[in-house]
Write a protein that binds this ligand. Structure first.
Ligand code: GUN
Ligand code: ZN
Length: 443
């Protein structure tokens, strides 16, 4: 036995390459080196010849995809999933969300909730995620500790607010920046870039001009990504217009304070005017598409197809608890379904999102938003072996065989098979508890 030989995972493999391009290996082999990197993805027979002394883990009939990327989620809202259904954004924030975020003043609760949140995300196949932590320093430290322990890749920041929320959740602008800086120093780029700090001004509705300006300066001085919300709900738009009467529009607020750019992830972006769309495209700003949340909170339908055709950088976001599931597979399916609804209610086009594009958005598109296509998002040699094993027994049947990639991919999204295991950097960070289930254990 050669201890330095890679491990070969044998399964049906999807490897997205671009929005409309991908590879499919019905009997595929993924070679993972001891250091957790990928050295090969292709036909199993070819892999077997190349790596004659490798140990094969035979995962057939299961399916491997790259690890899923959630570009927008709120950790402290996990326990509020399902509350206030039917309410719209501003009411829901006030009645349901701000009270649960206050619970994170308790360190004990904050740590336990963070562990549950990340474990659940891993069980859904998420390997990378952008996370809004509670507006508290200690809760955010403990959330990083939980992320460090569970093995997930995160871009996480303390939610910053200095106005228009309960006093317990507010901090003066510069205190927000100082606490963020301290968290950045402790956690940014730790474990070779698995843990990252992301500057998190919640949205223009809860940040003063001073906070917005200083958040932008802090991010650019330290080369950090930024995450915020933009153009989600009609009443929110009116609220922002009332707070910033001199700005041309909602996007203009972030432009004025230096927050729009390639390092920014703007969530939702449903009601962009042509001018705003141009500004997003001109600055290469990333957009987190959160379709489940957009419906749950009755926010609206984002014109995804139009945005993709214009060249926008888009990833998917669960937006828990606006979204009711941490599954990026669920968001991908929802993105496809909402593109149908949009096409039914507009005369713009009949174009809808297909499964190949959905897979791209769920993986490589998200990795692009997080500036991590060099290390994750698909199976190019040299990247980290971040991957998910989906239960193929739930996919293949009389209508669908491995020779029919379109059916396999469509059924992957529409049946949402059980995630059997999740790997990050070649290490198994989640495995289904088969003791209580009827699923065949993985070798
Ligand atoms: N806008 C400002 N805060 C939030 C939030 O927590 N969730 C959503 N969906 N939108 C927001
Ligand atoms: Zn959100």
């Amino acid at each position: 036995m050669n201890f330095f030989a890679p491990t070969l995972y044998r399964a049906t493999i999807f490897n997205p390459i671009a929005p409309n391009e991908g590879e499919y290996f019905p009997d595929g082999g993924l070679a993972v080196e001891r250091d957790g990197s990928i050295s090969f993805c292709g036909r199993y027979q070819e892999a077997h010849v190349r790596y004659a002394d490798a140990v094969t883990v035979d995962l057939r009939p299961h399916i491997i995809t790259p690890g899923l990327v959630d570009t927008h989620a709120h950790l402290p809202q996990y326990d509020a999933i399902g509350l206030g259904s039917g309410e719209e954004l501003l009411t829901w924030l006030e009645r349901r969300i701000f009270p649960v975020e206050e619970l994170f003043m308790s360190e004990e609760y904050a740590y336990a909730a963070a562990v549950r949140f990340f474990r659940k995300a891993l069980s859904c196949g998420t390997t990378s995620m952008a996370v809004y932590s509670a507006p508290f320093y200690s809760a955010t430290r403990l959330a990083f500790k939980a992320a460090a322990e569970t093995g997930i890749k995160v871009w996480m920041g303390k939610t910053m607010m200095d106005t228009n929320a309960p006093a317990a959740l507010l901090k003066p602008a510069m205190a927000n920046i100082r606490l963020s800086e301290s968290l950045m120093k402790e956690w940014h780029e730790k474990d070779s870039g698995r843990l990252n700090y992301i500057v998190t001004p919640r949205f223009a509705g809860s940040c003063s001009p001073t906070l917005l300006r200083n958040a932008a300066d802090f991010a650019s001085q330290n080369g950090l990504l930024v995450q915020t919300h933009l153009s989600e709900n009609k009443k929110e738009l009116a609220f922002i217009a009332s707070l910033f009467p001199n700005e041309i529009d909602y996007t203009g607020v972030y432009e004025s304070y230096g927050l729009l750019g390639r390092n920014t992830i703007a969530a939702h972006c449903i009601y962009l005017s042509p001018r705003e769309l141009r500004a997003i495209l001109d600055t290469s700003c990333g957009v987190a598409h959160c379709p489940t949340s957009n419906r749950y909170l009755r926010s609206g339908i984002m014109p995804l197809n139009k945005y993709l055709q214009s060249g926008m950088r888009v990833g998917l976001g669960s937006d828990v608890a606006g979204g009711y599931s941490l599954s990026v597979m669920n968001e991908a399916r929802e993105a496809m379904e909402q593109s149908k609804t949009y096409s039914m209610y507009t005369s713009e086009s009949d174009d809808i999102i297909h499964a190949g594009e959905a897979l791209y958005l769920a993986t490589l598109g998200g990795a692009d938003i997080l500036h991590s296509v060099g290390t994750t998002g698909n199976f190019i040699a040299g990247k980290d072996a971040d991957f998910v094993v989906h239960d193929g027994a739930e996919i293949f049947n009389a209508t669908t065989t491995v020779e029919q990639p379109e059916n396999v991919l469509a059924r992957l999204f529409y049946t949402q098979p059980t995630v059997l295991a999740t790997y990050i950097r070649g290490k198994k960070v989640y495995e289904l508890d088969t003791l209580n289930g009827d699923v065949r254990p993985l070798p």
